[in-house]
Every structure is written in structure tokens, then in C-alpha cells.
Write a protein that binds this ligand. Sequence first.
Ligand code: UDX
Length: 436
Amino acid sequence: MRLSVIGCGYLGAVHAAAMASIGHEVVGIDVNEEKVNSLSQGRAPFFEPQLQEILQSGLDSGRLSFSTDMSRVHGAAVHFVGVGTPQQAGGHAADLRYVDAAVNELLPFLSPGDVVAGKSTVPVGTAARLAELLAPTGATLVWNPEFLREGWAVQDTIDPDRFVTGVPSGPEGEAAANVLRDVYHSAVAKGTPFIVTDYATAELVKVAANAFLATKISFINAMAEIAEATGADVTQLADAIGHDPRIGRRFLGAGIGFGGGCLPKDIRAFAARAEELGRRESVNFLHEVDAINLRRRERAVQLVIDGLGGSVYGKRVAVLGAAFKPHSDDVRDSPALDVAIRLHGLGADVVVTDPEALDNASALHPQLTYVAERDDALRGADAVVVVTEWDQYRREMSPSHVNGLASGRVIVDGRNCLDPAAWRSAGWTYLGMGRP
Ligand code: UDX
């Protein structure tokens, strides 16, 4: 099928390349010329496993192209809208200007029967408003949220847990849902659930899923706070409650909490939208989820202060990790980088390392010192802080190796990803999050 993808950020670039990889002919459109040039030359503008490969093979096959020229979308049967919906500068609500601009610029190139599929995460009610804009063109709007995880984006796009498609009622909606079934034919044919619903439900599914995941993480982080007050071990607690299949162990990793381009902004936008709808009390707990999450960053900083005997001033601190999670170079709202910034603000001599995220981190916070090699960060460190659980720090860094590099013997495990016994027996003061 001929498809267009408007917006070539994390979501759009992966979607375009993934759709080409399953056999469609795809044009990706973005206003950013640099991004389009880079994609057209087969260079992924961000780190995402497998993206480079499917991008190159899509370009080589002739089925994938990128352009800044919106008229190139003409003739596509489905137009995916995957532009960003960042947090508004002065508040918590989502900034919809890019979605509105994308749809408005698309209008002149739509033909009756085309399907416009919104993928951006939007406040509930947005699709109904955009559908009115589209009505005169004869195109049908559907809302088809994306659940991809960074680091697994290609796999999640090609082979997701489920498809959700919000459609208008009646035959027009049914026909549009069938068009999307055709787009995702390979996954649908093997039985991936394909849920057809109304616009509001589809929009809400996305924010509800992210709100649930954020709540799960903050729940276990709240338990970590209680564990800290009682001497209990939150990781054993998580293992134990996680055996209950109704609870499940995934997303019960206590530590410095969630960050990234989605969970933080999405729960804030959801709370802001609920307030507009007169339902503030229904999601009031999300403010608590956010507050618990932010407290854990402060807790990690406090552990470094405690470990260094009351002050980090003038002390050299190796911060291992800058990305908001491993397998990503994304530093948007990264708890890891936030911990580094806070330590720097307290006068520590902070050295940050990360296998993928240094360019993004140094562009955002040039005041920190960055080194590419982990061991260069560790050399001479009075304290070591693990804030992103890359394998390089979690599995491939033995206490005896670090003994030969660091000056101090204090390690703060901001992701509860190290073996406390191994570090302690090598002479280290190990401080975890919610662990005795
Ligand atoms: C999330 C959703 O998972 C995805 O479905 C949605 O489409 C976009 O938002 P992503 O932002 O890529 O995906 O990251 P995710 O893997 O969900 O992790 C989010 C944050 O939570 C990371 O900072 C991670 O370190 C943290 N986290 C995750 C924890 O602190 N503990 C956990 O147990 C799991």
C-alpha cells in the first residue's frame, strides 16, 4: 500500500521504516530539513536498535523515501500523523500546535476515501475536533495510538501487543478500520488483537496505559520509601508480590524512577485534561505518582551525600548513565541526568559517561563534564553512582576492576541493578534504593 507518515521523530521515523520493511511504499515527511537529509542518506537521527538496518534496506528497496515537501503525500491511501505533543512551556497540558499544523497542511492533498491515522498521544477530544477539520475533504480520520517502547521501537511497531483503532460510527468507520487491518496485515493475520472503538476510547487507551505504568513504578518507589524507614528490602518485596500473576513483576523496578519523552509528560497532560473535563479528583493520584517519582531523584542525591560523609562539595563523582533508560540515547526528562545536575549544583566534581547519550546530554547540559569511556569516569572517583542500567555498568563492571580505578569506595545503585554482597565483600559501601 502507499502510505505517508507526517513527522519523523522517534515515532514517525520508526513507523515509516517499519512500514516499508513489511512491504509498503512509504514517504516520511518532516519540516526539519536536517532530519530528512539524514534519514534520506540512511542515517538514523537517534539511537534505536534495528532502525539503521531497516532504514537502509527500505531506502535500497526504493519503497522508502523522506521529504520536507508535503505534496509528496498525494496518492497515499493512509496518512499517519506522528508529530510530537510536548508539554506546554508554561503548564502541564499537551502542546498541540504540531498536530494541528500537520493536519492543516495535509488537507489540500487529501482525496475522498483516504484515511488519516493519528498516532500522536493527544488529550481526549482531539480526534473529534480534527475529524471536523477533515470532513470537507472526504477523508476519514481514525485514531491509532502507538505503544512502542524506546529501545524496542522497531519490534513493537512491527509486532505490537495489540492494535487500537478509534473510528467514527457507521460504515465509514468500519471501512477505515479495514484499511488499517490491511496496513498491519502481517501482524493481524497471526492473531494480534485488533480493537476497534470510538475516538475517545482510543485516545484514552494510550494515556491510561502510560498512567498505569507510571503508577506501577511509583507504587514500588513508594514501597522503597517505606522500606528505607523500616530496614526492609524493596527488591525482595517486588519479587514476592510479583509472583502473584495479578500483580506481575514487570515495571516493579524501584530506583530513581521514570523519565523519557512519554510517561512524565503524558501523566501531566492527562491530569490537566481531566481538570478541564471537571474530573480532577478522578486522576488526582497522578500528582502523587509524579511527586513520588521526583522524590526518588533527590533520594539518590542524598545517598551520595551520606556515602561521602555529609557533603559532596569538591568530591569527584562518577555518574554512570545519562539516558533515561538503557538501549536509548534519549535524555528527555532523564532521571539519570537530573541526578548528575543536582550533584553538580551541590559543588561535586561530576563526570558523566554513557555509551550512547553523551551528544544529547552535552547539548542539553554543557556545564557537566562528559567522558566517553566508563573507566575514565571511574578513575579517581570518590563515589560512583549508577543511574542508567546499561550492561556495561550492571553486568560488565566488577568491584575488583573498579577497585583499581576509583579512589573512594562508595557506590550508589540508583537502579538496584548491582549485587550488594559482591560490592560489600570487595570493600565498598553499597547504597541502594529501598534496600538495607
Ligand atoms: C513508555 C511506554 O512503556 C510505552 O508503551 C509508550 O508507548 C511510551 O512510553 P518508554 O518511554 O520508551 O515507553 O520507556 P519505558 O520502558 O516505559 O520506561 C519508562 C521509564 O520508566 C524509564 O525511565 C525506566 O527507567 C523507568 N522504569 C521502568 C522504572 O523506573 N522501573 C521499572 O520497573 C520500569
